[in-house]
Design a protein around this ligand. Structure first.
Ligand code: NOJ
Length: 567
């Protein structure tokens, strides 16, 4: 296929890697991760094959929501470095061909932000209408507390000014009023500022809440919030045609589709939306050893507008939310992967990473990442996934999955040379501690998870069909097996995965193929067949699948075997 397209719409087959500067690498020995430390580790990301880094919030913050509570949108938190360090980091990443995007958290600010400090001085105070106020919480207002362990309402009474303010998240995070044109202008300035410093786009936090105007007195008079999102995207594209918006929208598929915008065109709102539904069904499939739930999600999942893409993920920095499963389904996943109350959070999720949930079974863990890199969507990794880091339940709440990156089997896992009591989180010990799980111990081991991840990323980049082709979920003839094919103009790739703890046989009917084709294994050769599988006259193939096996196959003419793969 024409690779120029993959360079133009780069996000459609990017490898996105999310990290928090605070927990990635300490460059000055003070115990905190910082931009200098991160910059020194850029070659790890380059070797792995990362093409786009997503930086979690690194702005000045009182840190009551791990940086998602910002007091200054135009600066770097002093613990993490300076604007100068930031620019040097971006320049170094660009030198390695890695784009950088960062969190855009503009649904709310910290209550310590000077705008809110001013606003709460009185009803006529400057910045008052940058926030959402009311005398009594409206009956038709938004509902649904996000953090039920700490909040009981979305409205907090402000003694000083005698009104309630809206806070979708914690009460120390007052919501900005994006219906106010002055707020919109300021958000554009924030975007423009970071783009001038080299950002290739933004991961937009809490998009549905950002656009919400429900319950505001003048809601009926306000312009359509989706017009605002399209305006933001247009602004971004005017500044840099290659920049993207990757949005956090955890809604049913049909509702999420609205956030791509312009369904019949190229998409004029978010370039990418996370696939929260597919992620949750993946865990249900894993719990049941049944490919069905994930297969049905893939079949139900609408195709985004032409230039847009789903962003797929296995874990992120938050709890593994299971809120879109039914209660019974959620309980099945809880029972399989997080039976202890301490592993669960907010009644809807798990504060665990993948390897511990899968009891450290290497084949099963590898199978999940093989799915991530072969199923349609742009894969997003969370730091530490590449080496199989675990959570540490000693850390509070969601911080359990945000422990310091494990670089080497040395003091503090090589994260910092500083005083262990000053680290941003505990370093796990035992089976998942840096003695066993670290970058340096896996780097030269061909059998390590890190090597497997590098291979998957290499193959993924060599198979643009997977992201650009039309895809079809196939009937695999075995309930534990998920098989799908991607067809582009000049190539077909088939991915097959076995969710069961025992071997299985997949029987596939491949329309359009016949005995003049063979299937070549792309993840390693199968000794018994010399690395290829014959297709019958009628287009049928039988594939032997190991327990938790993963196979990627390319349809090739026998005389061309190997020739369509990069050397
Ligand atoms: C979503 C982020 O992923 C989460 O970590 C944060 O707490 C909330 N938005 C509030 O910003």
């Amino acid at each position: 296929m024409d690779l120029t397209r993959t360079a133009d719409l780069w996000w459609r087959n990017a490898v996105v890697y999310c990290l928090d500067v605070e927990t990635y690498k300490d460059g000055n020995g003070d115990g905190h991760g910082d931009f200098r430390g991160l910059t020194q580790q850029i070659d790890h990301l380059d070797r792995l094959g990362v093409t786009c880094l997503w930086l979690m919030p690194f702005f000045p913050t009182p840190d009551r929501d791990d940086g998602y509570d910002i007091t200054d949108f135009y600066n770097v938190d002093p613990r993490l470095g300076t604007l100068g360090d930031f620019v040097e980091f971006v320049r170094t990443a660009q030198d390695r061909g890695i784009r950088v995007i960062c969190d855009l958290v503009v649904n709310h600010v910290s209550d310590q932000h000077p705008w809110f400090q001013q606003a709460r001085k009185g009803r006529d105070a400057p910045y008052r209408d940058w926030f959402v106020w009311c005398d009594e919480p409206p009956k038709d207002g938004p509902t649904g507390v996000v953090f039920p362990d700490q909040e009981t309402s979305l409205w907090e009474y402000d003694e000083a000014s005698g009104q309630y303010y809206l806070h979708r998240f914690y009460k120390h995070q007052p919501d900005l009023n994006v219906a106010n044109p002055a707020v919109r202008d300021e958000i554009a300035r924030v975007i423009g500022f970071w783009m001038e410093l080299g950002m290739s786009g933004f991961r937009v936090d809490a998009v549905p809440f950002l656009l919400e105007t429900q319950g505001q007195d003048d809601a009926g008079l306000l312009p359509d919030p989706h017009d605002y999102l399209a305006d933001l995207r247009a602004f971004l594209s005017r500044r840099n045609g290659q920049a993207v918006l990757l949005g956090e929208v955890n809604l049913p598929y049909q509702d999420t589709m609205r956030f791509f915008g312009d369904p019949d065109g190229v998409g004029d709102e978010l370039n990418m939306c996370f696939d929260f539904i597919g992620m949750q069904r993946l865990y249900l499939s894993l719990a049941r050893a049944d490919a069905g739930p994930l297969a049905s999600a893939l079949r139900e999942r609408p195709v985004p507008p032409r230039d847009a893409q789903w962003a797929t993920f296995v874990r992120n920095h938050d709890e593994l939310t299971l809120d879109k499963l039914t209660e019974d389904e959620r309980n099945e996943v809880f029972a399989a992967f997080g039976p202890e109350p301490d592993m669960q959070l907010y009644g809807r999720g798990l504060r665990r990473r993948l390897p511990t949930m899968l009891d450290g079974d290497p084949a099963r863990i590898r199978m999940v990442y093989s799915l991530l890199f072969s199923l349609p969507g742009t894969p997003v990794l969370f730091y530490g996934e590449e080496i199989g880091m675990a959570e540490d339940l000693r850390a509070e709440g969601r911080l359990a999955v945000r422990t310091p990156m494990q670089w080497a089997p040395v003091h503090a896992g090589g994260f910092s040379t500083g005083d262990p009591s000053r680290l941003p989180g505990p370093i796990p010990d035992g089976e998942y501690g840096p003695e066993r799980v670290s970058v340096s111990s896996q780097r030269r081991d061909r059998e390590s998870l890190l090597s497997w991840m590098s291979t998957l990323i290499e193959r993924y980049r060599e198979c643009p069909e997977l992201r650009w082709g039309d895809y079809d979920v196939l009937d695999a003839g075995a309930s534990s097996v998920l098989a799908y094919r991607a067809d582009a103009a000049d190539g077909t790739v088939i991915a097959v995965h076995n969710f069961a703890d025992s071997p299985a046989e997949a029987r596939l009917a491949l329309d359009g193929l016949d005995a003049s084709w063979v299937l070549t294994d792309l993840l390693g050769s199968d000794v018994s067949t010399g690395g290829t599988t014959k297709v019958s006259d009628g287009g049928e193939v039988r594939l032997r699948m190991d327990r938790y096996g993963s196979r990627w196959l390319r349809a090739e003419r026998p005389e061309a075997v190997g020739g369509t793969m990069a050397p």
